[in-house]
Unconditional design. Structure first.
Ligand code: 4NP
Length: 181
């Protein structure tokens, strides 16, 4: 996947969609984003909820989902501490259900945004040459090349900090794509 950073508005949306289709690149007007962590109960549900909220408020036609590389929490709601910090920030993520990453996700999504280097490396091992570049460390959109991670709050807490980190980096991700409606 190669990356184009368009300035939407200077060309018609229809023309833009056709161009993306022709060039076989993702269309930033209709992006599909997958947030990935280890358990899919702490960080990636927050990342999903935060990105969904920003998508809604900016009227973007993007889709976002989340999953975990591990299987321990399949079918569970987010960790109560994630639900609580989301609620404190006027977001409800309590309806989310954990699922495990599957190889076909690599073809279904345009961006696969991992929370830490363990998730990143786990997914890269399952990728092929056509989809490996979709897998990114989410923090790279704010701190390119620094290999920063979103710290795992499951054992030692820090959910409010994680919320703020994700809120900031989601803004940078959107800004990076320069989507203007
Ligand atoms: P997450 O956090 O990857 O942000 O959802 C974790 C959740 C559960 C476990 C580890 C991390 N666990 O070991 O069960």
């Amino acid at each position: 996947m190669c990356e184009i950073v368009p300035v939407i508005g200077s060309t018609s949306k229809l023309y833009h969609s056709l161009l993306c289709y022709k060039l076989k690149v993702y269309n930033p007007l209709h992006m599909k984003i997958l947030m990935v962590c280890l358990g899919n109960i702490c960080r990636s549900p927050l990342a999903q909820g935060i990105m969904e909220e920003k998508i809604r408020s900016r009227k973007l036609e993007w889709e976002v989902d989340s999953c975990g590389t591990g299987s321990w929490h399949i079918g569970e709601n987010p960790d109560p501490r994630s639900i609580q910090v989301a609620r404190q920030n006027n977001m409800d993520i309590s309806n989310q259900r954990a699922r495990q990453f599957k190889r076909s996700d690599l073809d279904q999504y345009d961006y696969i945004l991992t929370m830490d280097t363990q998730n990143y490396n786990d997914l890269r091992r399952q990728a092929n040459k056509d989809n490996i570049s979709k897998i990114r460390l989410i923090m790279d959109f704010q701190y390119p090349g620094e290999n920063r991670i979103v710290p795992d709050p499951y054992f030692h807490g820090g959910f409010e900090k994680v919320f703020q980190i994700l809120d900031d980096v989601c803004d940078h991700f959107i800004e990076h794509h320069q989507v203007k409606n």
